[in-house]
Design a binder for this molecule. Structure first.
Ligand SMILES: C[S@@+](CC[C@H](N)C(=O)[O-])C[C@H]1O[C@@H](n2cnc3c(N)ncnc32)[C@H](O)[C@@H]1O
Length: 318
């Protein structure tokens, strides 16, 4: 997406979200250079178990995952949706390269800054692996990526990515993913699993307050890129986790009556009114299989960490 188109879409979606009740902002806009950096700090924070669990899967269960991905040995395109800094997928790429596997790597991310980071860090580590970065939204770019070569496709969507959608949005996402792929293609999707609610809530209410900065950074981004005038001191981070639905939600609560201007648009905030910033949906294994089967995929298996807190679900397109 060229920058002008991006800004128009960003503005329209921000105004639409802040004009509805309750107010909502799309979390995909968290990721500018500062947001990428804050997310990378969250990944390494002691309270955020998600990255550690998935890293364990990508290290201890690498032989099994590699075997699945290599399949019959035919060449493939490894497409990663929202790779961030490839902290976990790099282990798979290194192993595939060590085994002299014939594949191309196509990371798709809405953040141009994170793709610049990938373009700087990957080539020195894996000089023989062809990399084609694609800057834009998942399906806008997947519709181009699928024509990159006639190879079969292996799609990765790791970490919190699918969790950042509601259950309904995840089903829509899986249906769209299926439409872009062919029978026999493989997808590996990370799902955070239900567990002790206190463990989950603490991960998104970290003691260092990085999640709070991560949320507030979107208001700062709106100030910078859309001529907004949010005063960040007027907003406070709040997080809830509901064990009955598996929905962990982040909010920014407005501490006083305020009128915020974004370009020529005025947004009225009442004291204690909140903006819903992000969802991090948790699943049980039954819901994961159901999501595969109802959207055209055959579940092959769930690779899990030793605590069984996180699953990388492997599905084949039927
Ligand atoms: C929660 S981070 C996870 C990064 C990585 N998957 C991991 O597990 O470490 C989400 C990543 O997906 C990207 N992203 C979020 N929504 C997106 C969208 N709709 N289209 C493309 N990229 C998106 C973000 O820029 C960010 O790099």
């Amino acid at each position: 997406m060229v920058n002008g188109d991006f800004v128009v879409k960003f503005y329209n979606e921000v105004i639409a979200g802040l004009s509805q009740y309750p107010k909502r902002l799309p979390s995909k806009y968290f990721y500018d250079a500062t947001g990428d950096n804050l997310f990378q700090q969250i990944m390494h924070s002691p309270d955020y178990y998600v990255t550690r669990c998935e890293l364990e899967i990508f290290t201890t269960q690498l032989p099994e995952m590699t075997k699945l991905v290599i399949k019959d040995g035919s060449p493939f395109d490894l497409i990663e949706l929202g790779p961030g800094d490839c902290y976990k997928s790099i282990h798979l790429m290194k192993e595939l390269t060590r085994l002299e596997t014939d594949f191309n790597y196509l990371p798709i991310d809405i953040s141009g800054a994170v793709l610049d980071q990938i373009n700087t860090t990957l080539p020195p580590l894996l000089p023989n692996m062809p990399v084609q970065c694609m800057n834009g939204e998942y399906f806008q770019m997947l519709s181009k990526a699928k024509w990159y070569s006639s190879n079969r496709k292996v799609v990765l969507c790791l970490g919190g990515n699918i969790g950042n959608m509601t259950v309904e949005e995840s089903h829509t996402f899986c249906k769209a993913l299926h439409k872009h792929l062919n029978p026999g293609d493989l997808v590996i999707i990370g799902f955070d699993l239900v567990k002790n609610p206190n463990v989950i809530r603490t991960a998104y209410y970290d003691r260092e307050g990085i999640t709070s900065l991560f949320n507030l950074n979107l208001l700062e981004r709106i100030n910078q890129e859309l001529e907004g005038n949010f005063n960040l001191n007027d907003f406070e981070h709040y997080c809830s986790y509901e064990p009955e639905t598996g929905a962990c939600k982040s909010f920014l609560v407005c501490l006083a009556d305020r009128i915020v201007r974004i370009r020529n648009k005025e947004i009225i905030f009442k004291k204690d009114e909140y903006i819903w910033m992000e969802i991090s949906q948790k699943y049980n294994p039954g819901q994961i299989s159901e999501m595969a089967l109802s959207n055209g995929f055959k579940p092959i298996g769930n690779l899990m960490d030793s605590k069984r807190w996180f699953a990388d679900a492997c599905w084949e397109v039927i």
